[in-house]
Design a protein around this ligand. Structure first.
Ligand code: MTE
Length: 309
């Protein structure tokens, strides 16, 4: 249960009180049922079952099918077509997996995935995901609030942003052999966005560990932002003082801003964002401000969201 191999953390350091109290729940959740076993499973391609406590605020909308969620993907490290990730991601080795935590925090280090996840209870949260391309899905994620993960590393007062990086391994990620984006894929959030209770670090969906095409072993889910902010297969988390560069801003600064909040009133330069097609449906539906997650509005009070898109 303890993490001592990096940064000399004590149990008090790594176990926030509510989590400590939920230890029993944890014992019947994460430890007993999958993710830790899955972390050391010899074959990474096979998904392992995961048990998670239901989250009371999940959307009641019909879920997108497992088949669509796992075969219609954006993961440019495996190719730019929607069916490329499912076809090409099988060779990615997700065990062992380490995550470098650096920048403005008291507990930097290189941590094993098992240690990053250890002690956190898993929740199932059904969220809408709105892709910048104009389609959307409803996905039953399994994950851990990102705030719980980040607090363990004790960001200091200088930390204003959090930057994330995806694995850079062209031998297993054939899409990285072409310069379609600057590799590794990078994303970032303001620290208060990262700490918002809706921001999730996902390790599974539909009751099992993530398949590679969905960002195994660990990917971000930021439901009020366009899908590209939800960076996959994370190997680095950096606490920064200044706004980090992101892959899409670098590749097309005129098209993609840092915030990328879902906003039907701000068009993409090449298309409208007013409507979307829910995968599995024909009729387009209206896109909602913040993808319908209105509780985040207070994060942006006083900001002109047409300017900070
Ligand atoms: N993360 C990495 N590393 N590479 C990517 O190409 N694509 C993003 C995001 N995360 C992407 C990524 C985009 S555009 C979307 S819409 C979501 O992943 C899609 O997630 P899903 O395929 O699991 O639905």
């Amino acid at each position: 249960m303890l993490i001592r191999n990096a940064g000399d953390l004590t149990e008090n350091d790594v176990t926030p009180e509510p989590i400590y109290r939920r230890r029993r729940e944890f014992m019947t959740g994460i430890a007993a049922t999958g993710i830790l076993a899955a972390c050391s499973a010899p074959t990474e391609a096979a998904a392992a079952p995961l048990k998670a406590a239901p989250w009371p605020y999940s959307t009641p909308e019909p879920k997108t099918s497992f088949k669509d969620i796992t075969s219609y993907n954006n993961f440019y490290e495996f190719g730019v077509d929607k069916d490329d990730p499912a076809r090409n991601a099988g060779g990615l080795k997700t065990r062992p997996w380490t995550v470098k935590v650096d920048g403005h925090c008291a507990k930097p280090g290189t941590y094993n995935l098992e240690d990053v996840l250890k002690g956190h209870a898993l929740q199932e949260r059904i969220y809408r995901l709105r892709c910048v391309e104009g389609w959307s899905m409803v996905i039953p994620w399994i994950g851990i609030p990102l705030a719980d993960i980040l607090k363990r590393y004790q960001p200091t007062a200088k930390a204003k942003f959090v930057a994330f990086e995806t694995l850079n391994r062209p031998s297993e990620m054939p899409g990285q052999r072409r310069a379609v984006l600057e590799w590794p894929y990078r994303e970032g959030l303001r620290l208060d966005e990262a700490m918002h209770p809706l921001t999730l670090m996902a390790v599974g969906l539909y009751g099992q560990t993530l398949l590679n095409q969905n960002g195994a072993p660990m990917r971000l889910v930021v439901p009020w932002k366009y899908g590209f902010k939800s960076i996959k297969s994370i190997v680095r988390i950096s606490f920064t003082e200044t706004q980090p560069r992101t892959a899409w801003q670098v590749s097309a600064p005129q098209e993609y801003g840092f915030y990328s909040n879902v906003n039907p009133t701000v068009d993409h330069p090449r298309w409208s964002q007013a409507t979307e097609r829910r995968i599995g449906e024909f009729k387009r539906r209206k896109t909602l401000m913040f993808n319908g997650y209105n509780s985040v509005a207070s994060l942006y009070r006083g900001m002109d969201l047409k300017k900070f898109y």
